[in-house]
Design a protein around this ligand. Structure first.
Ligand SMILES: Cc1ncc(COP(=O)(O)O)c(C=O)c1O
Length: 371
């Protein structure tokens, strides 16, 4: 039986689902182009804490053992850092896994899952995989101070009787835009308490705007709030796959029924504990990213390009009809951007903020490609 045959046997939601698009083929590009500058996946330009790497290496001695199924040491470190109870935490094989599981647990056929247009691609996948209808509220218009960012009023207006879950990212990927915690508070107060609101804070540790505080502080007031975070971005542990969510303990207890028993692996758990403790490394990462983000944004704007405001470690840049040619020109010069056609933004590329040297190579390649 071919794919179409098996698809006929699968849940109806899978018929329209397109697998997550990870961008350009990095394995082939790395093989063909040594010294590649990889700016397509919003990874940490400075890498992880040396203490985290050492902890992961030490944990490899125990790979014949299953990891701690509850991730107790990491949960208690996270609980202390966030000021929540350990029972309010759930660990995932990346936050991607948790975003998918939330829909699996709380939505299904006949239900709606809501997100903003130009939100993170996984929200639509999560909705379709569980058989729910994916609804997208309009994003803020291009001329707005937060172009293509989340319009919280439009999201509130799009909530209907069948809406079970609302996903928002703060800051958002791929736009880099954000909203202040006060605006989120207003949204939560306006929504029915039966609707679960998932605030995806994958890039939270990179943020520098004081108005952009974490939603974790709102959990005591809003039991329908779920906050997801990850060690993949500012903590630099994307390859180990570790994310977490913070929510009401009752919600975590329900989600735990679905969790695969050893979804967070031993080296990842050990590395994450060490990464959390290395606050000096995280501060360096945040500071270096903020400086490089500003410098790169200014350099791109000086070339006449429209650059979205960003609180994350990437910039969304509009190249107009030349985007495809610029993308090819960058790749030919060993610089990997993220094409945005899959997000309905074919005239844009998303560029991860690299080290100052990476950004210099990007700008040089861009100047040659644009010439
Ligand atoms: C907004 C957002 N949320 C979640 C994720 C998933 O990250 P991970 O599964 O590595 O934790 C990403 C990854 O790019 C992201 O951009």
């Amino acid at each position: 039986m071919d794919e179409a045959g098996f698809l006929a046997l699968a849940r109806p939601g899978l018929r329209t689902l397109r697998p997550y698009d990870p961008g350009l083929d990095l394995v082939a590009l790395r093989r063909d182009c040594p010294g590649l500058v990889e700016l397509g996946s919003n990874e940490n330009a400075l890498g992880c804490s040396p203490a985290a790497r050492a902890a992961a290496q030490a944990a490899l001695e125990q790979v014949h053992r299953y990891p701690d199924p509850s991730g107790g040491a990491l949960k208690s470190a996270l609980a202390g850092a966030l000021g929540v109870g350990s029972e309010q935490l759930m660990l995932g094989n990346g936050s991607h896994e948790l975003l998918m599981m939330l829909a699996q647990a709380f939505a299904g056929p006949g239900d709606e899952v809501l997100a903003s247009r130009f939100g993170f691609a996984v929200y639509g996948l999560a909705a379709q995989a569980c058989g729910a209808r994916f609804v997208q509220a309009p994003a803020l218009p291009a001329g707005h101070a937060m172009p293509l960012g989340h319009d919280l009023d439009a999201l509130a207006a799009a909530v209907g009787p069948d809406t079970r879950l609302l996903y928002l990212a703060n800051p958002n990927n791929p736009t880099g835009t954000w909203f202040p915690r006060a605006a989120l508070e207003g949204l939560l107060a306006a929504l029915p308490p039966r609707l679960l609101v998932v605030v995806d804070e994958a890039y939270h540790e990179y943020t520098t705007d004081p108005a952009l505080q974490s939603a974790v502080g709102l959990l005591p007031r809003f039991p329908n709030l779920v906050v997801t975070r990850t060690f993949s971005k500012a903590h630099g542990l994307a390859g180990l796959r570790l994310g977490y969510l913070v929510a009401a303990r009752g919600l975590v207890a329900v989600m735990e029924r679905l969790r695969e028993s050893f979804n967070a692996n031993g080296p990842a758990l050990a590395a994450a504990v060490a990464a959390l403790a290395d606050t000096a490394h995280l501060a360096r990462v945040r500071q270096a990213n903020a400086a490089a983000r500003e410098a790169l944004s200014a350099a791109l704007k000086a070339r006449g390009l429209a650059v979205s405001p960003s609180q994350a470690n990437f910039l969304l840049v509009a190249f107009g009809r030349d985007a495809g040619a610029i993308e090819a020109g960058l790749v030919a010069r060993g610089v990997v951007p993220r094409p945005m056609a899959g997000y309905g933004l074919p005239d844009c590329l998303r560029l991860t903020v690299g080290t100052p040297e990476d950004n210099q190579r990007l700008l040089q390649a861009l100047d040659e490609a644009m010439a």
